[in-house]
Design a protein around this ligand. Structure first.
Ligand code: NDP
Length: 307
């Protein structure tokens, strides 16, 4: 049994920032990178909105710099994945890794992130990061004066479509039904924007292009007619799935959508000594800077708890 004071699950911006703070406080945290080292941010080509980098920085470089900073102060990155967990606030939280090691830790910060829901259509995976994106705030500015497609019918889809009209020549909003899940005011704003063209009752069948997105083929479910929309960008605004599967029956409280519930303005979960930070507890903002801030907060809460 390996004994730890503090373990951080996930090494995206939330986990690494928690690592910096906890390591500087002398807690020697072990940070598990898991199945998706460096998190979602590592897949973003250029990050232009993280303060401190006026010329932008690649998502991978940014998160690697955070990891290096945490390690400099004594954090250890463990590239294994936690496969089972048993919370025990009295004797220490126990968990096992994929390679069979057993751990016990007095405190834990859950920073496992969330993954954008994908359509699973041909071309989506191949062209991810080459015109296919799930974040207009991150990547929208790369699509100046070219047509783009947004898929989805929630508030994110409306927000992303409206945001993208700042750059794109036209925005095609593709939604599988004829009514929207999004709030009426957001739908109205999108409808009244002359650059947005709505394609209702339509499903995306394929995203085409050899090296980058060239077109999106959609099918109208009512008329059964296909249409090919020439586009340089495809934005999936289909909601996110929190990466909290590991904690499903662990006793840690999650909401109806699987996001970890924290108390008030703190990072505390319902289990003493267990804290949460970043996209696994934040369905709303999903920004690296906010995840990083949450990570700092969780480390401060953990430090106080351990003290
Ligand atoms: P939502 O889950 O609300 O919406 C997801 C959308 O994607 C739905 O329209 C859904 O269609 C569609 N969708 C899901 N899977 C598929 C699929 N396989 N194929 C086609 N379409 C699919 O996610 P959001 O990210 O939009 O919003 C999440 C939360 O964040 C909400 O509570 C929202 O209100 C909030 N939010 C608030 C904002 C604001 O207040 N400004 C901005 C952004 C988000 P269908 O409707 O048919 O199920």
């Amino acid at each position: 049994m390996i004994e730890e004071k503090l373990v951080i699950v996930g090494n995206g911006p939330a986990g690494c920032t928690a690592g910096v703070y906890a390591a500087r406080a002398g807690l020697k945290p072990r940070i598990f990178a898991g199945d998706h080292p460096c998190g979602l941010l590592a897949l973003t080509s250029d990050v232009e909105n993280f303060p401190g980098f006026p010329s932008g920085i690649s998502g991978f470089d940014l998160v690697m710099a955070m990891q290096e900073q945490a390690e400099k102060f004594g954090a250890e990155t463990d590239y294994d994945t936690i496969v089972s967990i048993e919370f025990d606030a009295v004797n220490g939280h126990r968990f096992t890794t994929a390679d069979g090691r057993e751990f016990r830790s007095r405190a834990m910060i859950i920073a496992t992130g969330a993954t954008p829901r994908k359509l699973g259509v041909p071309g989506e995976e191949k062209l991810w990061g080459r015109g296919v994106s799930a974040c207009a705030t991150c990547d929208g500015a790369f699509f100046k004066e070219v047509p783009v497609v947004v898929a989805g019918g929630g508030d994110s889809a409306m927000e992303e479509a409206i945001f993208l009209t700042r750059f794109a020549s036209e925005v095609h909003l593709v939604h599988r039904r004829d009514s929207f899940r999004a709030s009426a005011i957001m739908v109205e704003r999108a409808r009244s924007n002359p650059k947005i063209k709505m394609h209702l009752n339509c499903v995306v069948e394929e995203i085409t292009g050899s090296n980058e997105v060239e077109a999106v083929r959609i099918m109208n479910k009512v008329s059964n007619e296909s249409e090919t929309i020439p586009a340089k960008g495809f934005f999936a605004a289909l909601g996110h799935v929190p990466a909290t599967e590991l904690f499903k029956n662990s006793g840690v409280e999650v909401d109806d959508n699987g996001y970890i519930v924290t108390a008030g303005k703190s990072s505390e979960t319902n289990i003493p000594g267990v804290f949460a930070a970043g996209d696994c507890m934040d369905p709303r903002y999903r920004q690296a800077i906010i995840a990083a801030g949450n990570g700092a907060r969780a480390a401060l809460d953990a430090e106080k708890y351990l003290g």
